[in-house]
Design a protein around this ligand. Structure first.
Ligand SMILES: [Zn+2]
Length: 501
């Protein structure tokens, strides 16, 4: 498709050099640098003659909270605990919480196959419930709730457990994270920084919602000390499929939640190219890339040339190619949305917001082709002519086939599927914005050229990017998007995903 030729290394280079210049201060979400990047992207589309698709302009603005922990701590009768060494939480304003009675309710599940609340109801006022994270899983890895290797919603959605606890009369839910140390290794840094979370949707927020605090097994066992049981003994019994009696603890516990909470806004930038076929233009092919990065850390600007000025620039050029075709009366039959999200480095927040508040309905969203880091070469490869593809075969055999065919016909890259395995310890499938589409059963491909020594370091700079490589990968994404946007049949979703969070 000759519009692919409008995608040129020189233009990609110009965008990367601009977005990854010091002027943009590392594009951290919620800062002036991010705003500048958003303006650069939308101004570019405007300069091409494009118009914002909806009345609200180029931006989808979404609300965030920035929380800074100021030394939250907890006290029991004779011990003190600190954040995040032994407990953590998300999205709580500064407050004090105190109780004299806690009920340990197993896994905190209220389900036909496993009900921890059989003997727990009408709790006295200001009683807290404590429960284990997850659900009963036997030695063979089978969930007691689903009877298979798949976990249930009780495992995945903490708000279900909070609701069950609230219905029993609890005023706070303590959740014992039995993998506390392993989890902390991953998130401690993030918990100790000022961190961002989405302001929860008013619509979804239940006025009666109760606070959720995660505690370590050490903390929980200190509370259980007089009871004759431990977190481990309860968990072992429950995992064998047995039930445990609720344990009532007469313990005084006090949490001082000391947090500064600032409310801020961030933007996704949306460029929409309407399809030419009246019957198909309701259907939307999404090409996404995050334009935010990690900002200034210890006084050093992290320019994020590869992560993800590379994907951002690629998406802009793909947008230009589709727009040029449309302008010349040869546009794609389906519509195309170039979705530039922010908040990725804070936990995929911009794409989560978009998929919760889709500007174009998810039911008519055909796929998401997500580009995150395509400008470097990783230590696993000697030749730069490759790209990792992740997710292409996970929901739609059509998409995988189209992607392979486009590469064969046009780009001849080595398509590396190393990270496509669900068991891959890097878990890349969950780590960029496509995941917020995949979780809604929308087929995705994640394009990625791997991590390198400058990943999330100040050295991720524009001169180190391989612009010819970028051009080839960008063209592959374009050809794939073009095929998906023009074929008679919408992509079939015909694979049951083996991924679960
Ligand atoms: Zn990234």
């Amino acid at each position: 498709m000759h519009y692919a030729n409008t995608i040129q290394a020189a233009q990609l280079k110009k965008h990367v050099y601009t977005l990854a210049s010091d002027e943009f201060e590392g594009r951290e979400t919620g800062t002036a640098g991010q705003d500048k990047a958003a303006a650069y992207i939308s101004t570019y589309y405007e300069s091409l003659g494009m118009k914002p698709a909806n009345n609200s302009g180029w931006y989808q603005t979404y609300p965030l909270k920035r929380e800074t922990n100021l030394g939250s701590r907890a006290e029991t009768m004779n011990q003190k605990f600190t954040f995040p060494d032994h407990f953590y939480f998300f999205g709580m304003d500064a407050m004090e919480l105190q109780t004299k009675q806690i009920v340990f309710a197993g896994y905190g599940i209220r389900d036909k196959r496993h009900n921890d609340y059989k003997k727990i109801q009408n709790l006295e006022s200001n009683t807290w419930v404590m429960c284990l994270q997850g659900e009963p899983i036997n030695k063979k890895g089978k969930s007691k709730i689903t009877g298979s290797n798949e976990t249930s919603d009780w495992n995945d959605d903490i708000f279900l457990k909070a609701e069950a606890a609230r219905k029993a009369g609890a005023s706070v839910l303590l959740v014992v994270n039995t993998n506390y140390e392993m989890y902390m290794r991953r998130v401690r840094y993030w918990l100790e920084q000022p961190r961002m979370i989405l302001e929860r949707d008013q619509k979804k927020t239940d006025a009666n919602e109760i606070p959720i605090i995660y505690v370590s097994p050490v903390f929980a066992n200190a509370l259980l000390k007089e009871s004759g049981v431990t977190v481990e003994s309860i968990q072992e019994k429950l995992n064998k499929g047995k039930m445990t009696k609720p344990v009532v603890l007469q313990e005084s516990v006090l949490f001082h939640v000391e947090q500064k909470v600032e409310r801020i806004e961030a933007e996704n930038v949306l460029a929409f190219i309407e399809g030419s076929d009246p019957k198909l233009k309701e259907e939307v092919v999404v090409v996404s890339a995050h334009y935010d990065h990690v900002g200034i850390i210890n006084g050093q600007i992290h320019n994020g040339a590869d992560d993800d000025a590379s994907g951002t620039s690629a998406a802009m050029e793909i947008g230009e190619a589709f727009y040029t075709a449309a302008k010349e009366g040869k546009g794609s039959r389906r519509s195309v949305l170039i979705l530039h999200v922010s908040g990725e480095e804070k936990g995929l927040l911009g794409s989560e917001w978009y998929s919760d508040h889709p500007v174009y309905p998810l039911t008519t969203t055909v796929c998401d082709l997500n580009i995150d880091m395509i400008g470097r070469i990783d230590p696993e490869h000697k030749d730069s002519n490759y790209v990792y593809l992740i997710g292409s075969d996970k929901l739609s055999t059509d998409l995988h086939r189209i992607s392979e065919q486009c590469n064969q016909t046009y780009t001849n890259l080595v398509l590396d599927y190393t990270y496509n395995s669900p068991d891959d310890p890097n878990r890349f499938y969950y780590r960029s914005d496509h995941y917020n589409f995949a979780k809604h059963n929308i087929p995705v491909i994640f394009y990625f050229s791997g991590v390198h020594e400058d990943y999330h370091k100040p050295g991720d700079d524009a001169p180190k990017i391989l612009y010819n490589k970028m051009e080839t990968i960008t063209r592959l994404v374009f050809h794939t998007a073009w095929d998906v946007a023009n074929r008679d049949q919408r992509l079939k979703v015909d694979v049951i995903s083996d991924f679960k969070n």
